[in-house]
Design a protein around this ligand. Sequence first.
Ligand SMILES: [Zn+2]
Length: 276
Amino acid sequence: MSAACGSDDPSSTPAGPPSTTDASGSLRSVDSTTVTTPPVSPALSASSGWPATSSADPPAVLVLTKTAGFRHTSIEPAAAALGAGLGTAGFDVVVDPDAAHVTDQGLAQFDSIVLLSTTGDWLDDAQQAALEEWAAAGGGIAGIHAATDAEPAWPFLEDLFGTRFAGHAAVQPATVVIEDSTHSATAGLPTRWTVTDEWYAFTRNPRGSVHVLATVDETSYSGGAMGPDHPIEWSREPTAISGRMWYTAMGHPDELWADPTFAAHVVAGVAWTAGV
Ligand SMILES: [Zn+2]
């Protein structure tokens, strides 16, 4: 396996004009029906560990797409799919390609954030501190695909997700086995779900520190490296370090984000981290 996600992927050049940023690259909502700057949500509740979203304010999600390492071409279609799906579900969605909102004041507007294949050393020390403080006060975090392949010197990331990216097999179809179909992210998915993706392996099995929602059957593809128990998607109820956490290692291919079943399941996972 290669050490860097997608390093053996020949399509490493950026896709065409991103659908989620304007020509200047400035911040905007992916959903033209939502406002660029969402209303300020009530402060996160440290006592309950839950975002204190009132019925008057729609839940707000910040989608972070900055990369300092490998950049997936699927970031743009993924951000568009999340903006559309969450927007339809009544969320305010802001896509932030520069991590400009990762400040105490910026994060306070949001119930949940998405680390969308963020890679490399993409946050400075002050941003890491702001994110940790916001998360510890109950902020929800959703991680997608390469979110576990980032910030190698930031212990919080491994504490949050329960493990780190170690390598991957080639993009190919494999069987995802749904282990918990009662979670909103995995409800309605086939128990044995065939998905074409780039199958991640991890530095250690996160089971025990997270709630495993799905595994990938290593007998269904070539290049598996974790054995018969290979978690591929998981969640965790609020802890001392964050509100709800949900992670999927899937989402590498651009085409996957045009699959309504796949996109809807990610939207549901992100919504769950916002307490919905
Ligand atoms: Zn990838």
